[in-house]
Design a protein around this ligand. Structure first.
Ligand SMILES: [Zn+2]
Ligand SMILES: [Zn+2]
Length: 257
């Protein structure tokens, strides 16, 4: 258990035990990251699917018919697998830039005082909201839409399997966000791990086809199933990722009636 003391999470070797610039180190790291991404996808989406789609006495407000064609689910899984290959590359890219010493990743938890840990998480999510909103809007331009974003919108009625169902060009746009931001804004690697988990949970909840946030006051600030499901059905509204403020600011929000 000594390995998992606080000290363990403050050492570079705990995160990068191999030389990522060597061919074998790179290959091993890529395969391990890919394995974790695939386990994360199948475990988290599979559990959500079972809880919200298969069980009787399901929670939440159902947003659309859950009897989707098998073909759609297969396509969503296929594109999510392709996305995983790119996300794994982005993970190793972050490791390489960290190894090269060009990132703002820091190892001592109290390096910027402890309250910076949650603050950095919040900061990342706010900047991500801007980044996602404008790149998403940009991908809705007719020419780019066809090339980059139409794959994601094949799911008019979404299922949780659609959470990472993107064309590779779109995945690259999403996968670039963290490798760029860690060069600019300090963050602890443990916070990055929490953030990646948060990204997965919100991607699933946005595509679940079920509204799981019971309080309207919370839904006024945070995006979940109902908000994003409208985006898939209507295309011209609700472009945000986590928060509703960008859609409010840009007057692209359509709420429940
Ligand atoms: Zn869209
Ligand atoms: Zn979507």
């Amino acid at each position: 258990m000594r390995n998992f003391s606080i000290e363990h999470f403050q050492k570079l070797e705990s995160y990068i035990p191999v030389d990522l610039l060597s061919f074998s180190g790179f290959t091993m790291a890529y395969l391990i990251v890919l394995f974790f991404i695939l386990v994360r996808y199948f475990a988290m989406v599979g559990i959500s699917h079972w809880i919200f789609w298969e069980r009787e006495n399901q929670f939440g407000v159902i947003l659309h018919d859950k009897k989707l064609p098998q073909e759609q689910i297969k396509t969503e899984i296929k594109w999510s697998l392709v996305s995983s290959l790119i996300f794994a590359l982005s993970g190793v890219l972050m490791g390489i830039s960290w190894q090269l010493g060009i990132t703002k990743l820091y190892l001592q938890f109290d390096h910027y005082t402890l309250w910076y840990l949650p603050l950095s998480f919040f900061l990342y999510s706010l900047i991500h909201e801007f980044y996602f909103y404008f790149t998403h809007l940009w991908m809705h331009r007719p020419k780019l839409y066809k090339i980059m974003h139409a794959v994601h919108h094949k799911s008019v009625k979404t299922s949780p399997w659609a959470s990472f169902s993107f064309h590779p060009w779109e995945t690259i746009v999403h996968a670039l966000f963290l490798p760029i931001l860690i060069l600019i804004i300090p963050i602890h690697p443990v916070v990055v791990i929490f953030y990646l988990t948060f990204m997965t949970i919100t991607a699933i909840s946005n595509h679940l086809g079920v509204e799981i946030i019971p309080f309207k006051v919370v839904r006024d600030f945070f995006i979940s199933g109902e908000h994003h499901s409208k985006h898939h059905k209507k295309m011209k509204v609700n472009f945000g990722l986590y928060y509703t403020f960008m859609d409010k600011l840009m007057r692209t929000e359509e709420r429940e009636h």
